[in-house]
Design a protein around this ligand. Structure first.
Ligand code: SF4
Length: 332
């Protein structure tokens, strides 16, 4: 199955078809103003795969991640979860929605705000288990013991209060609270951006290990190409609510196709200078447009040094120009 397609191929756990998420902020913006946070995204995620969504703030990556797990309802398009049977994420209600929520989880950026600091670690993990109907003391202990090993924490700290933990330990407990649900797909929203460099590697290792060992798929949201390259199997580069390029992580970093991806890489410490020199320098013009005034045609055209007439008028489709490497650009 092609990497960027939405076909229900073997191993695909989630597929998004032409997903749009539009917001109209009444009372804040002028009447009738619409923010196109996600604007026609089509992609699929395989079981056990780490797909990085990379982009600047305002690219729509977090909104897409939230839509993928049903926290935001798409204005149009579909998101299908294949967890044994297929179901549309945005349409689940009642019991079906409750069951779905356990399988679709989210790791938040801020380990200090996602858990009540006055809770004991044991309770922080017991409560999600109780929500799944796991209440027998021995079962609870066994599940907590298992998940503590998976996130690399000593079992003794389950009697500590959350406020007694370090930032790294809190982020691990945040991840444990997600893994204890036995999810099939996790959206990790900038999970290491607030951590010291020394702790980042440990958290990335836990995520990678869960994808390889327990087949958990991750949508890994980051603005940092260096982190995406280390953690991801594939990278999708987003700009103003659309995916401009998607491909294997190494191919996207070492052989970028879209001018925006090239510019991002030039500005990033992701690759060494000798490799950077091989990527043709792209001098981006101007600033990111306002979220309420997206340009016509290719949204990148006002900033692109290669813009042609067609770019101003027609939206380029995401197409496969190298094996499993897709780009939306009229240059290809
Ligand atoms: Fe630049 Fe045109 Fe390609 Fe957009 S479609 S990135 S404007 S060359």
């Amino acid at each position: 199955m092609p990497a960027g397609s939405t076909e229900a191929g073997p191993g695909v756990v989630l597929r998004a078809q032409d997903v749009r998420v539009y917001f109209s902020k009444k009372g804040f913006l002028e009447k009738g103003t619409v923010v196109k946070a996600v604007d026609g995204v089509t992609l699929s995620v395989r079981r056990g795969e780490i797909l990085a969504l990379v982009g600047e703030s305002g690219s729509g990556k977090t909104t897409l991640g939230r839509a993928a797990i049903g926290l935001v309802r798409p204005s149009s398009g579909t998101i299908i979860l294949n967890d044994g049977a297929e179901q549309e994420v945005g349409r689940a209600r009642g019991r079906q929605w409750k069951a779905l929520r356990k399988r679709l989880q989210m790791i938040f950026q801020d380990p200090f705000s996602s858990i009540d600091p006055n809770m004991r670690v044991y309770d922080a993990l017991r409560i999600p288990l109780a929500a799944q109907g796991v209440r027998r003391r021995e079962d609870v202990r066994a599940r907590i013991s298992d998940v503590m090993k998976r996130v690399g924490l000593p079992e003794q700290i389950i009697n500590n209060y959350v406020f007694q933990l370090s930032g790294g330990q809190r982020q691990r407990i945040g991840i444990a609270r997600v893994l204890i649900f036995d999810p099939v797909l996790v959206v990790a929203d900038e999970p290491v951006s607030m951590l010291d460099a020394s702790l980042k590697g440990d958290i990335l290792h836990i995520i990678q290990n869960e994808s390889r060992t327990n087949n958990v798929a991750f949508l890994f949201i980051t603005h940092d190409m260096a982190v995406a390259r280390v953690i991801a199997d594939r990278i999708a580069v987003m700009y103003l609510g659309q995916v401009d390029e998607i491909g294997a992580a190494e191919a996207t970093v070492l052989d970028p196709l879209h001018p925006y991806t090239k510019a991002m890489l030039q500005a990033s410490p992701v690759i060494d200078t000798s490799l950077k020199d091989k990527i043709k320098k792209v001098n981006i013009i101007g600033e990111l447009p306002q979220s309420t005034a997206h340009p016509s045609g290719c949204k990148f055209h006002p900033r692109c040094p290669y813009a042609m007439d067609v770019c101003k008028e027609q939206v380029p489709a995401l197409k496969e120009v190298k094996p499993e490497h897709y780009v939306a650009c009229w240059l290809y």
